[in-house]
Write a protein that binds this ligand. Structure first.
Ligand code: HEM
Length: 365
């Protein structure tokens, strides 16, 4: 079975995939003390005042926080990977963020037809709509990001991830093969689209913290992991590239294999009281502990490339917010419905119209 070679996560392993992962590695491996760590921190810090300004404008009234978070997250990604930020009032930018979020929501539903080609006939209408969103995203990225880079690039001094992709289009580097323009654009879209995952996990974590009077910085990390535990679903399939065995089972070449993250994260054999949302399960003697069967980003050579970016952005943004605001979830019909239907499900994505939150300026430290 040959799978869509455009999407980074859903394609077969190949020299091209090695080349694609290699271009992104520098920007994704955000280690404390590295130049990219500082760059990412700067992008986050630059974005926070706009969020705080809008929170303050609400003056303690409930706000729909998700659009704000998604716009913030997208601008952090654009600044960090493409050296460009957009005005939050720019209607084209607002639409880009909504389009990405809608695509992300759809991917997270884990429809069987996403993996089984012939079932697609049952979703032709939705697929047409998703194609429309994707081509609008492509147009924005070309017109507002890539064209300017093409005109101003200095191949010897790449400024950012976009320049690195343009350089890889023009030359083979070491063992890594050249990539086509289409491949480069898909790759850029895939990574920029990562902002939707980040925005959604920030929403999940902030909402859980708002329900918990222990909300604090150290507690944020375990809350994020607990949110990942309850949200993870088996959305990324693999295809066996040769005959093999797993745990004593014969797997023949081309078999579709899923790592069942849902089972790994909710099995009573692996977790105490798995149905309860309990960030404390990741903390032992004041330190974070992750059991070996907790693999929200998978493992091995196809593992998630965005996990470091995700945790850096999540902790820093939530940390900045908690320093300044007490966050609570007001009791209203919409929030009650959202808590019931969307807070603890095997789905990371929250609907576009999500929780309303109240932010009150902190009067204590
Ligand atoms: C809550 C957030 C996220 C979760 C739970 C998550 C989880 C995963 C998982 C389970 C995989 C599949 C690994 C496998 O095939 O074995 C994956 C792949 C991938 N993720 Fe993430 N991810 C998240 C956010 C991100 C972000 C923010 C980015 C980019 C900035 C990203 C980039 C990627 C890429 C490029 C791949 C494909 C890697 C490959 O197949 O070579 N992810 N992710």
């Amino acid at each position: 079975m040959k799978r869509n070679v455009a999407a980074l996560a859903l394609c077969d392993w190949s020299k091209k995939q090695v080349s694609r992962r290699n271009v992104a590695r520098h920007f994704m491996h955000v280690r404390p003390g590295s130049d990219v760590f500082q760059m990412l921190n700067d992008s986050i810090i630059t974005e926070m005042p706009a969020v705080e300004q809008q929170i303050r404008a609400a003056a303690g009234r409930p706000i729909d926080f998700k659009p704000l978070v998604q716009m913030m997250s997208c601008n952090i990604f654009c600044d960090y990977l493409c050296s460009v930020r957009f005005d939050q009032n720019d209607p084209e930018y607002q639409r880009l963020v909504r389009d990405f979020d809608e695509v992300f929501w759809d991917i997270n539903q884990g429809y069987a037809m996403d993996f089984i080609e012939w079932l697609r006939v049952f979703r032709l209408g939705t697929l047409k709509h998703l194609r429309k969103l994707s081509s609008r995203i492509r147009k924005f990225i070309c017109e507002r990001i890539v064209n300017h880079h093409k005109e101003t690039i200095d191949y010897d001094n790449p400024r950012d991830f976009v320049d690195m992709l343009l350089r890889r289009m023009n030359s083979q580097e070491g063992d890594h093969e050249r990539i086509s323009e289409t491949t480069a654009l898909y790759e850029l879209e895939d990574f920029l689209g990562g902002h939707s995952a980040v925005g959604n996990i920030i929403m999940q974590t902030v909402t859980q913290l708002s329900l918990d009077d222990r909300a604090s910085l150290p507690y944020t990390e375990s809350t994020m992991y607990e949110a990942l535990r309850v949200c993870s679903s088996p959305i990324v399939p693999h295809v066996a590239s040769r005959d093999s065995t797993i745990g004593g089972y014969d797997i023949s070449k081309d078999t579709l294999v899923f790592i069942n993250n849902y089972e790994l994260n909710t099995s009573p054999q692996l977790w105490t009281d798995p149905a309860t949302f309990n960030p404390g399960r990741f903390v032992k003697n004041g330190a974070m502990v992750k059991p070996p069967h907790f693999l929200p980003f998978s493992t091995g050579k196809r593992s998630c490339m965005g996990s470091k970016m995700l945790s850096n952005i999540t902790f820093l943004t939530i940390g900045c917010l908690l320093q300044k605001f007490d966050i609570s979830l007001p009791d209203c019909p919409k929030n009650s419905r959202m808590v019931k239907e969307h807070l603890v499900t095997g789905c990371l994505a929250l609907p576009v119209d999500s929780f309303s939150l109240v932010f009150k300026e902190r009067t204590h430290t």
